[in-house]
Design a binder for this molecule. Structure first.
Ligand code: RAM
Length: 559
């Protein structure tokens, strides 16, 4: 009996021991994996983001006329709008007879749309139903949306059905819309009475209130026009964050933020918005310290899950550096420095002893972006952006007297530059191509130059070679085109930069742009990363940067 008791006691002891050990292990696991790297700062970052929410200003916009959208092989996406009548024609006539119109507001607008009706004959005894379709460009008004084949939500397309229960009355569309044209169709006609549309407006919203300075009087008209359209684009994207596009996705993306902040520095100069976005991204970063590439403001601020873009993550530090240089706001820069520094760890893990990066592994673990372009091989650009990130972060560290925290960077930069020259540079062609793929792309040359791998002479040679080499992978979106202009200027090719800005962005204006587009390949107007061109955004943040170039380099663009 005593022996049994003893065995029981001994077994219990072992079980308890195991239990305690397991608990300890589990708690260690939770601490390691669940630990919030920014625990002590996160709440104050989110609070600061909240304190910087800008006021939105509202401007009432009225339509300017009625249009027909007509097929024209030479027009953008084969459709153009042709003025048919003044807006009063709509207001003065029975809508029961008109049934469908396309109204032109004369400019691209983002805001809150409403329209009113008046009775013409008899009393309203039944509801009427309308379908409204808002379009940024003419083709959106005539391209059937269904059956929908797009890769993003069908609901981004701006067609709404509304029912007016009685008349006279006014209906406000609940969602914020982004458009120049609106098609109104009567889809359920009440038999017993007649009515007209009596008014229509859009309360346009933006947080951009400052007036950018005048360009020099000598500025060629083409750059005045490009600047104006760039500013319109930026203005509409400036809401309570820098949105990527006011039609879609209506949210803050790191890569777009960087370019919008650059453009803002030379135009509206509303630095508080940049500050807010930096704090919001920091506050909504992962517990392991990694930034999310995109975040939502509502209902509660939250990140979009699983959106980690390798190249974007470093642009946080670059934006912070520019912000510090523009504003001298050292407090914010010091507050957010740990986030910029932490992002470098994403790069360290792929860096190999010989100074090359393990691209194959990284491309399995990250979305490595650079451009919306099918078939783009990203190995070289991946190496280049990493060197660029190291350089820029080191610059930021120097501004904050924190070089000692990243003292390894100059050595790593040197090593990586050497490795890039050895593995990617072809002295015969003067071009950079990958180890895994010999594709010649704009992206590869651009990011090697931004990483300062070639000398200026070599950079010039590679940029020129892009024009004469066959089968070059060209940019698909203005995002990459921005960096192309940047490297042309950096490489001492101002005339080429001037010509390229003129050709690319004026190309959009020629095709009717009042705001610049998310995707623009002059050779393929139907290009869409989402498999359906109407869901592309036609007022898109990352294409607003000509205003930055035109204003930052007056000697290139304003003479
Ligand atoms: C698009 C967004 C945004 C961009 C990402 C990568 O969906 O519109 O502009 O940053 O892709």
């Amino acid at each position: 009996m005593i022996k049994h008791l003893f065995i029981f006691y001994r077994n219990m002891k072992t079980t308890l021991k195991t239990l305690i050990l397991n608990c300890l292990l589990a708690s260690c696991f939770i601490t390691v994996h669940g630990q919030d790297f920014y625990a002590s700062q996160r709440a104050s970052w989110l609070q600061k983001a909240k304190e910087s929410i800008p006021q939105l200003t509202v401007t009432e916009k009225k339509p300017v006329g009625l249009v027909h959208i007509i097929k024209d092989e030479n027009a953008f996406q084969q459709y153009k709008a042709e003025q048919t009548a003044p807006i009063n024609t709509l207001y003065d006539n029975s809508f029961k007879e008109t049934k469908a119109v396309i109204v032109d507001f004369g400019e691209h607008i983002t805001g809150c749309f409403s329209f009113s009706t008046e009775l013409l004959k008899a009393e309203a005894d039944a509801p009427a139903r309308f379908k409204l379709t808002f379009g940024e460009v003419p083709s959106e008004l005539v391209t059937p949306f269904d059956p929908y084949q797009g890769g993003l939500s069908r609901a981004w397309l701006q067609d709404e059905i509304v029912t007016m229960m009685t008349m006279p009355s006014t209906i406000t569309i609940p969602r914020r819309v982004s458009f120049r044209y609106v098609k109104i169709e009567l889809i359920a006609t009440p038999p017993g009475y007649d009515f007209c549309i009596s008014g229509m407006k859009c309360d346009a919203v933006t947080s951009a209130v400052n007036t950018p300075g005048e360009l020099s009087a000598a500025t060629p008209q083409i750059f005045k026009d490009i600047d104006r359209v760039s500013l319109n684009t930026l203005k509409e994207c400036m809401q309570t964050v820098y949105e990527d596009g006011p039609k879609r996705d209506q949210r803050l993306w790191l890569g777009d933020l960087y370019l919008e902040a650059l453009a803002n520095n030379y135009s509206f100069k509303q630095y508080n918005l940049t500050k807010r976005c930096l704090y919001l991204l920091a506050g909504l970063s992962e517990h392991n310290g990694k930034l999310n590439a995109t975040v939502f403001e509502t209902q509660e601020p939250k990140p979009q899950a699983k959106q980690h873009l390798y190249d974007y993550s470093f642009l946080f530090g670059v934006t912070l550096k520019d912000y510090l240089q523009e504003t001298g706001d050292r407090e914010t820069a010091e507050d957010l420095w740990p986030v910029a520094k932490k992002q470098l760890e994403s790069a360290y893990q792929y860096l190999q002893d010989d100074g090359t990066m393990n691209y194959e592994r990284a491309s399995r673990e990250w979305w490595i972006f650079f451009d919306w372009k099918d078939g783009l091989h990203r190995e070289v650009a991946f190496h280049g952006v990493t060197v660029f990130a190291f350089k820029e972060t080191y610059e930021l560290a120097k501004l904050l007297n924190k070089e000692n925290e990243v003292a390894q960077l100059p050595g790593l930069i040197k090593k990586m530059k050497k490795a890039a020259r050895k593995h990617f540079y072809n002295p015969k062609t003067g071009l950079f191509t990958g180890k895994l793929n010999d594709q010649v792309s704009y992206a590869s040359q651009i990011w090697m130059i931004l990483g300062e791998i070639p000398t200026q002479k070599e950079a010039q040679r590679s940029l020129k070679a892009l024009k004469t080499t066959e089968n070059v992978c060209t940019p698909g979106a203005p995002y990459l085109f921005h960096y192309y202009i940047e490297v042309l200027i950096k490489s001492g090719m101002p005339q080429e930069a001037r010509n390229e800005v003129a050709e690319y962005w004026e190309g959009m204006i020629h095709k009717g742009a009042d705001t610049f587009w998310e995707v623009y390949d002059p050779k393929n107007e139907f290009l869409s990363p989402y498999n359906f061109f109407p869901v592309n955004s036609y007022c898109h943040a990352w294409s607003c940067t000509p205003t930055y170039f035109i204003r930052k380099y007056p000697e290139i663009f304003q003479e």
